[in-house]
Every structure is written in C-alpha cells, then in structure tokens.
Design a protein around this ligand. Structure first.
Ligand code: G6Q
Length: 533
C-alpha cells in the first residue's frame, strides 16, 4: 500500500501544485468544521491520491479504532488502559463505561469542584496569607505543563483572573526567576503531576514550599495538587479539598481538559473553560460522525501521512500567524512526536517505514525573517501548516492584523508558485545585469515552487476555537498513529534517560564510583567535578 502511495506521490511531484488548480479545487480540497476551514488544496494531493489515502485509513481500521477509543476500550495496549481524555469534555451527558463502571459522574464532580475552587480563587474568597491571590504558579513538566502554558498564553485576551506563571525545568533558573517577581503571601502554587513523583516537579515544588515557608505561617494552604495520586498529595501535606484528581486513562499530553487545566480555568474563568471544553467536544462529534472527505482530523492526518510517508518529507513546520500561539509548536511537538515517535508497532514488530515526522515551528511573521529561507530555497521540502484568524483582538490595531494575514497568505502562495529562471533573468536584466553575471545573479533568485502547505483559518481565537483546534490535532495524531500501527498513548522512550540521570546524581556528587561509564561520560563528569567551584 505504501508502495502504491509512493508511486502516486512521485507522479504528483512531477505535475506540481499550481497546475492542479481548476474550477472548484480550493473548495473540493478543503474541509469545514463548525467555523474552521482547513484548506489543503496547495498540496500535490489529487482526487486519486485522496481516495487511496481514505482507503488506507479504512484498511488500517481507523474507524473501528476511533469507536473503541470513544467508548473506553483499553486501546493503550502496552499500558493496558483506556484512552478517554474525550470523556473530560463530554458535557452533553451520557455514560462512558470503563471496566463496567460509568466514569462520567466522577468527571462531572471533579469539574464542578474545579469550578467552585477557581471561582473562590478569582473572587478572593480563597486567599493567601497576604490577601487575594494575585499570582498562580503551575509547577509541572511535559504534559502537565505544555498544554496549560500554551492555552493560557493563547487566550490572554480572555484572562481576567490572577496572573499565571509556569515553572517546568529542574534548572533552578526557572523557579528562581519566577519567584523573584512574586509576593509569596499572594501566590498560589499548583503542583501539576499525574504521578506526583516526577523529579523536576517535586524538586521545584519543594523549593516553592521553602520559599513560602520563609514568608507565611501556613504555606501548605497555598498549595494545590493536580494528580491521579491523591495519597501522595496527602503525604505531601496538601488538604484533600485542594486535591483535584483524574484517572490513569488520561494521558499526560492529553490532560489539559481536566484538573491539569486548572491554571487556565483560574485565568479565564469557569465559563471560558467550559467554552474551551465545548469547542473540543464539537470537534469530537465532528470526528466521530463526519464522512471521510468532510472529516477534518482525518483529512489533516492523511495530508500529514501523504507528506511524511508517501512524499518522504521528514519534517513539518507548524506556523501560527498568532503571536499568542507562540507555544503551540512546542505543544504539538510533544503531542505528535511523543505519541508517534515509535519504531515498534503495536504487535511488537519493527516498523518497516519511518515513524511520525519531526514537528517544529515558530509564529509568523518572525519565522519569515529567519528560517523561511530554507523552506523556500533549501534542498529539503518542508510541508508547512499555517494557522491564522481572520480577525485579531486588537481592534485599534486592525492594520497590524491585515499585514499579518497578508503575510500568511502570501507565504503559501509563494511556496506554491515559486519563481522560474526566466522571471528571475528578467528581473536581473531590469536591474542592469548582463551576460554571465546576469545568469549567476538570476539563479540565486529562483524559487523552485510546488512546496506544499495547508492553512487552517477561522474567525477569531477564542476558548471555543482553541478547544476545537487542540482536539483537531489530538485526533489527527490518533489517526496517524492507527495507520502507522503504533501505540500513540505510551512513551517508553523517555524512561532510559530518567533512569540514567538518577544513577548519575551520586556519581556527580562523588558518593558513587565512576565505574562502568564510557570514556565520554567519564570525561564530562570529571570536567563538571573540577569546574563547579
Ligand atoms: C505525557 C508524558 C509526560 C508527562 C510528564 C509529567 O504524555 O507522559 O510528558 O506528562 O513526564 O509527568 P507527571 O504529570 O506524572 O509529573
């Protein structure tokens, strides 16, 4: 099947993209879902390729697997768990059974507790030693950090609660720089950790505790736990009324929809957070019910696989034309690369093809003045995924937004059209060049064109839109994972480094011998030991 797709992609490459445009291509190769428009017409995909990709998804069992996920089957097979982050946003009611038990009453109860607590923090009814909380720090890492950090920044225009800060890195610089700006008597600490054992998070939480202890009489009262491990949070001294739990069927990188999203709820309020969940739920319903060609997550996944596995493009750039989506690329890096960066298939066999692609990016227009050079003229083709809203939040700066949108649309047009040698020569002739020098200069000004991109466009960023967009990407990753045959919901690849770091700590402080280490690691340890002053 991959071989056929590769042959198809090779033929499509020869045709290019611009010549595919006849009447109706833009609409035909686009998908709409509740106010979002995904235009994938600026790719080499034609009707035949699309039909083959949809057939692939059918053959790989995407639709059965989708139902299995939504209904609580244990599709995370290497960990024996259901995958039910969608339950956290099922506001429309109904039951979802896991091991014979309806999980929805528990989900709704926790959501209600979160709303009540967030409301008290926002109103000042629950306060710190020095008065109503002015600041909240979410201490967490990976899935317990990237989602809330990304979303709080994306939705800054909707924030009317205490300021939210995010500490993740075990590098003391992260917490030191954050605490230095804050008043301990008016700062609430959210310890966000599914397992409540993660070294980085627990080290930062202990440092935050000492900072509070030096300043207030009851530091523990300013701590909240967001975790599956209520007992560990209790051992840590956090009162049960401030422990917000969730179940192991919520994966870390899929956890923003529940307690891990508390910082977002405190920032934008319970109503805004509910809108965020509603947007995601609308995308869930769309994903579950829309026919293949009208199904946005499915088509986004198929476009992605076309580029990575049929065309062989090893990376993809995600380019939000929205400064506040500055952390979206990092968020998607985790979502996509931790989910589908696997080389063993679900059945234990080695993958016979590459795993999911490298995802990277930066907000436009900044990227245009940096790495877009390589996207336009480098030897590797990098499919680009643009995101832009028709309208910004700064009504008094509407001309900025017009420039932003113009740049976004111009980039996808330029990537597709390119500039041929004849046009470049004419430009150089006009600029006064002649002969060999004209030829030389012209060649530098050629753009190969036919570089693929998709554009996701919507009216304006809002909690609802962000919910839709994040759920769109989650389901895209799911579909890609099913087609690749990997388990998108485990992450064994992060374990080895953690184990070795634990073992290295006593070696670094001199309480364990250097034995058994390779030459390079020994040299690096010795260097650290003799240079740390
Ligand atoms: C996400 C991963 C990982 C995890 C962090 C934090 O899917 O599992 O990024 O979120 O390692 O884990 P804790 O929430 O348990 O501290």
């Amino acid at each position: 099947m991959w071989r056929d797709l590769k042959a198809m992609a090779e033929k499509a490459r020869a045709k290019g993209i611009a010549p595919l445009f006849g009447a109706g291509r833009a609409a035909d190769f686009s998908v709409q879902a509740n106010g979002l428009l995904l235009d994938y017409s600026k790719t080499t995909i034609d009707a035949q390729a699309r039909a083959a990709l949809i057939a692939l998804s059918e053959a790989r069992g995407v639709f059965q697997r989708r139902e299995a996920m939504f209904t609580g089957a244990p599709i995370n097979e290497t960990e024996g768990r259901a995958v039910l982050h969608t339950a956290l946003r099922t506001l429309s009611g109904g039951s979802i059974m896991v091991d014979g038990k309806d999980v929805m009453p528990g989900v709704m109860e926790t959501l209600a507790r979160m709303k009540s607590f967030a409301g008290m923090v926002r109103s000042g009814a629950y306060r710190g030693a020095g008065g109503a909380f002015t600041d909240v720090i979410n201490i967490g890492i990976g899935g317990s950090h990237l989602g809330p950090e990304m979303a709080v920044r994306a939705l800054a225009p909707y924030a009317d609660g205490p300021r939210c800060h995010f500490v993740s890195n075990v590098d003391g610089a992260d917490i030191a720089d954050t605490l230095a700006r804050l008043d301990p008597a008016r700062t609430l600490i959210l310890v966000a950790s599914k397992t409540f054992t993660t070294t980085e998070t627990m080290t930062n939480a202990a440092t935050a505790f000492r900072w509070l202890e030096d300043a207030v009489d009851t530091p523990g009262a300013q701590f909240v736990a967001l975790s599956c491990e209520a007992d560990k949070a209790a051992e840590w001294g956090i009162d049960a009324s401030r422990v917000f739990g969730f179940e192991d069927w919520v994966g870390g990188r899929y956890s923003i929809w529940g307690p891990i999203g508390l910082s977002l709820m405190i920032a934008i309020g319970a109503d805004g957070f509910t809108d965020f969940l509603r947007g995601a739920e609308a995308m869930d319903t769309h994903f579950r019910t829309a026919p293949p060609t009208e199904n946005m997550p499915l088509m986004l996944a198929l476009v992605g696989l076309w580029h990575s596995h049929a065309c062989g493009h090893a990376t993809r750039a995600v380019l939000p034309y929205d400064q506040r989506l500055g952390r979206l690329p990092a968020y998607l890096q985790q979502l996509e690369m931790e989910s589908n960066g696997k080389s063993v298939a679900m059945d234990g066999r080695s993958l016979a093809y590459p795993s999911g692609p490298v995802v990277w990016g930066e907000p436009g227009t900044n990227g245009q003045h940096a790495f877009y050079q390589l996207i336009h003229q480098g030897t590797a083709v990098i499919p680009c995924e643009f995101l832009v809203a028709a309208r910004g939040h700064e009504d008094d700066l509407a001309h900025h937004h017009e420039l932003l949108v113009a740049n976004c649309l111009a980039q996808s047009e330029a990537l597709m059209r390119g500039r041929d040698l004849e046009t470049a020569r004419a430009l150089m002739r006009e600029a006064g060049y002649r002969g060999a020098e004209l030829e030389r200069q012209a060649r530098h000004r050629v753009f190969p064109g036919a570089r693929p991109s998709t554009t996701l466009i919507f009216d304006m960023m809002s909690p609802y839109r962000l919910g839709q967009i994040i759920a769109l990407y989650e389901h895209r990753v799911f579909v890609e994972g099913v087609i690749l045959g990997v388990n998108s919901f485990d992450q064994w690849g992060v374990e080895l480094g953690k184990e070795l770091a634990k073992a290295l700590q006593p070696v670094l402080d001199g309480t364990a011998p250097l034995n058994g280490k390779d030459g390079s690691t020994r040299q690096l340890i010795t260097f650290v030991q003799s240079n740390r002053g």
